[in-house]
Write a protein that binds this ligand. Structure first.
Ligand code: ADE
Length: 266
């Protein structure tokens, strides 16, 4: 995969040289290039922003440097992807998720446009539709100072899904959000730490019981921390043991969907 990131703070992306993503780059699994937006300006102050039409607080990023930068990365990636995906990190975008990470991990080329200030002149996004599949994406319902931190998170989430990046691909299957549930709790030695024991079932050697316990814990945790995930969870084909576990937590399966029990006994 080829990834291009355009930013006025290219140094912000330095952590992408570390750890698994850094190694994936060294191994040639991920070709990541960071570009300085100011290299695509033509005035002596290398200015990238101006006051907003219509008034209001803050500054808006000018269209022309962005068009120059994006045309340049599109040309550099030519032949890689017919239509690269242009991801514009923004609190006004669609929500980033594990499902979107999996979808984007299939692409040949991703381009990230890091906005700052009040955002990028909207006409850039319209123009970019001619060359890219444009997707404004939000990390969550809060406001960052710019897109760089969001790019760090998204590149890590996408990059680790590329074949060969994570040593043991099984760990991708069992982690949080891979099946719409949160991950079960994990423990390591010693079996008793500061008077706290590891759940005995994990020491039993009974793999069936361990799998069942872990599944139950996934449901328990998800119900406690993220009940919203259970509202959209596909419960159509759940085995009886799962239904029993959910029933104990107060959830019934109705038409393949989970419903909290309203007829709970007094
Ligand atoms: N830029 C500023 N806030 C953001 C957010 N929540 N997600 C993605 N990019 C952003």
């Amino acid at each position: 995969m080829r990834i291009d990131v355009v930013s006025i703070f290219p140094e912000y992306l330095a952590p992408l040289e570390l750890s698994l993503i850094g190694k994936a780059r060294q191994d040639g699994l991920l070709h990541l290039n960071v570009h300085d937006l100011r290299d695509f300006t033509t005035d002596k102050h290398r200015s990238v922003d101006d006051t907003p039409y219509g008034g209001g607080a803050g500054m808006v990023m000018k269209a022309e440097p962005w068009a120059q930068a994006l045309a340049s990365v599109a040309a550099a990636g030519e032949g890689k992807a017919a239509r690269p995906v242009l991801i514009v990190p923004s609190p006004a975008g669609e929500r980033f998720s594990q499902a979107l990470a999996y979808e984007l991990a299939e692409e040949e080329q991703l381009v990230f446009a890091c906005g700052r200030y009040e955002g990028i002149d909207e006409r850039v996004l319209e123009w970019a539709e001619e060359h890219f599949s444009v997707r404004p994406v939000s990390l969550g319902d809060y406001v960052l100072n710019g897109g760089e931190v969001a790019v760090l998170a998204m590149v890590e989430a996408i990059g680790r899904l590329l074949p060969g990046v994570v040593g043991n691909p099984d760990s991708l299957v069992e982690e949080s959000h891979s099946d719409g549930l949160l991950e079960y709790p994990v423990y390591t030695k010693p079996s008793v730490w500061r008077g706290r024991e590891v759940p005995p079932v994990l020491l039993s050697g009974n793999h069936g019981k361990i799998a069942q316990w872990r599944r139950h814990e996934q449901f328990r945790r998800t119900a406690e921390r993220r009940p919203d995930l259970l509202e959209t969870f596909d419960a159509g084909k759940l085995p009886r043991a799962d239904r029993t576990a959910l029933a104990e937590l107060g959830y019934d399966v109705v038409d393949g969907q989970l419903r909290t029990r309203t007829d709970a006994p007094d």
